[in-house]
Ligand binder design. Sequence first.
Ligand code: PEP
Ligand code: MN
Length: 352
Amino acid sequence: MLVVMKAHATEEQVRDVCQKIEKMGYRAHAMPGAQRTAIGITGNKGEVEAGTLEEMPGVQEVIAVSKPYKLVSREIREDNTVIRFPGTAATLGGPGLAIVAGPCAIESREQAFAVAERVRRAGAQFFRGGAYKPRTSPYSFQGLGEEALRIMAEIREQFGMKIITEAIDHESLDLVERYADVIQIGARNMQNFSLLKRAGRARKPVLLKRGMSATLEEFLMAAEYILSEGNYNVALCERGVRTFADHTRNTLDLSVVPAVQRLSHLPILVDPSHGTGKRNKVTPLSRAAVAVGADGLLVEVHHQPDQALSDGPQSLFPDQFDELMTQVRQIASVVGRGVPEIGMRETLAVSR
Ligand code: PEP
Ligand code: MN
């Protein structure tokens, strides 16, 4: 159920309705919008007795949400979610594109700094790098763990980029929440419901990647788990799905971008690196992703891809990332978007 407040409802009226909902034994989720506030009700087994709420001051109407996902739905929030990071122009969602770049895994301080310096200079506002790697083989490099988190925290200090890194279980999520700016939940964990609930209780935004065989509804329901626990700062990321096609590692489903935008207010980024698995396809699909309306890109870059400990074949050389950014800026301006620069202080830090 959804309580739609009147356009001029006061904060106090919103609070009273939330309290009433909680007293009825449900959970209230107030979602302020440009026109009006809507309050989502979760935790109800059946119909909520709407009559009492409808009579309360400031309430416009009480309506049933028709979709299985509620809080991620446009029915509850017409305006797009914009996740902001105090002190920088970087956002997830909104008119500015979010550019997330970095190596698949943090391998050493030298490697991380070499890549960070180049992607920052090219215009990335977010630095990514795996500290905990969900690898197919237990014998493959599993990540440097907390040491990688410390290296990324240093990179944030030096370059001003916000840090995005993956948590693979509850233990790593505790640490990622402490060190990073955004918690990534990877494709393999998209339906790890206990981890999603933990991410929903985190105080940092979450980047949720699409499972490799997830339908759109399953993807949105996974996000719903996070919002239902009270964390409304969730961005989605398309990273390709498994198909019969074998010319790429996965099939990048760009049509999911407008499909998500129709149904949900959450931002949606595109990852053409895992989406194709091939370096030579990353730039063309980045152009396409921006053209189709994605809110940002997640791109793997390595200063020595041939020696990368994971995902070398899909990692761009830094010069190729420079070229990608030039092309992306051109396409962005055609679709009325741009790539926000992060602040002066950080720019000076880079050119030291
Ligand atoms: C990654 O971003 O490095 C990653 C492991 O991605 P995915 O979960 O999409 O496979
Ligand atoms: Mn990777």
